[in-house]
Design a binder for this molecule. Sequence first.
Ligand SMILES: Nc1ncnc2c1ncn2[C@@H]1O[C@H](COP(=O)(O)OP(=O)(O)OP(=O)(O)O)[C@@H](O)[C@H]1O
Ligand SMILES: [Mg+2]
Length: 503
Amino acid sequence: MSRPLVELAGVSKRFGGATALAEVDLTILTGEVHCLVGENGAGKSTLGKVVAGVHRADEGILRLRGEQVTFRSPRDSIAAGIAFIAQELAIVPDRSVLDNVFLGREGSALSVVRRRAQLAEYAALAARTGFDVDPLARAGSLRLAEQQKVEIMRALARDAELIIMDEPTASLGGAEADQLLRIIEDLRAEGRTVVFVTHFLADALAVADRVTVLKDGRLVRTSPAAGETPDSLVTSMLGRSLGSMFPDARVDGPSDGDAVLQVRALSRPGEFAGVDLEVRPGEIVGIAGLVGSGRTELVETLVGLRRPSGGSVRVARTNGPFRSPRHAQRAGLVMVPESRKDHGLVLGRTVRENVTLPHLDQVSRLSFVSRARQTAVLETLLPEVGLDPRRIDSPVGELSGGNQQKVMFARWLFERPALLIADEPTRGVDVGARAGLYALLRKVADEGSGVLFVSSDNEEVIGLADRVLVMRAGRVAGELTGEVTEDDVLRLMFADETREEIA
Ligand SMILES: Nc1ncnc2c1ncn2[C@@H]1O[C@H](COP(=O)(O)OP(=O)(O)OP(=O)(O)O)[C@@H](O)[C@H]1O
Ligand SMILES: [Mg+2]
């Protein structure tokens, strides 16, 4: 029988007036994979941070291998054999991948010998994980999924007995997420203990020995994964069961009004080439493809974050390409960026300020829009995106990771755009809120906007989109309409043609 590795007894944690954890009793057994699930704001990250020494509990005790411990900082927990992969990535952008992986382990001298040893150790880590990231690249230059891999390798490099992973797959593609599940199984086979926080309930059940459900900071139950189903977890997470995840498709099809987005032969060297794309009012178009197939680069180009080398973009009645997101916004095009990316949220400002910030121009031009009117709009909009309207004047930095993503939706739906683009819109968002966001996107489309989204979750693409484009190696590999199956999407994602290099 395995021994308890970590025990929390009566642990509570408050932030100001808000209770993040309330009298939690939890045992993590040596050698188990223990998943934590719960709605956005349920307390999962806070629990991880208490064990990792980032936060100190207000009440209750923490025991490690049977002994009561007090961690004053993450340093203490690392010394005790605990590695923590935080939900908000902690990459040092100006250092190399290698430096980031061995961060906190640098010896005194930075000798050539030491560096050679690190490179050898890095090669072993890369082989073990199957992660292919250039050790000499500047960490800040990497795409989000690669940064996530750096964080995972750092935790493994620490050779910890307990590894806490807070939504490590939120920015990974499907294949990479599967790879991480295999890594977790390997860690268990080595006798290590893993705490895994995720919103992907099927993943949780595939890999966990036991699952704990948190709700409103309280522990609902801890049970063997074998006795749970995604449905049983949803019911105790939300306190209700969830009907169908996806809204019905529009019955009458997209309107035949003029396209809200028209893209012709758009190219950017090394990223994507010859992309043709159209979105009509009332239509939801999904882009599937592997991480690295050029999807994020494409939508970032549409919204003015990157400059195309050729081709044309037209949004409603304005010709692009756009010089900047502000320029795109004036034409009616806005984007909710990939979750966890630098959102442009001002963490010290309130939800209200963050949502209305990009709209102040219009507001002052059209004369004064009162705070009362703002409040009225937000009181409808916040519940629609899955946020408690009582948080309207809370600083965004005090919201949980998933709830920050919802603020971005509110920001870009505060005024209805001609075209809303969303990149991985629901990563990090709990299942209940996810169904709500899907319904909201349908409603926005029904009211006449176009919606274009990128997702690595094929089920989401198929369930939500009226039309699916699949990108492969920087090109649109195909378009699917009608009854689309996952098989159709996978076939286009992986079609085994010789990969054309994009010059
Ligand atoms: N630094 C902080 N200051 C104030 N409140 C906080 C802080 N960190 C968390 N909270 C609050 O504590 C509660 C629990 O947040 P936590 O981040 O643990 O949720 P979570 O379960 O990880 O959610 P998610 O799935 O969105 O990541 C939330 O109400 C949140 O607003
Ligand atoms: Mg969290």
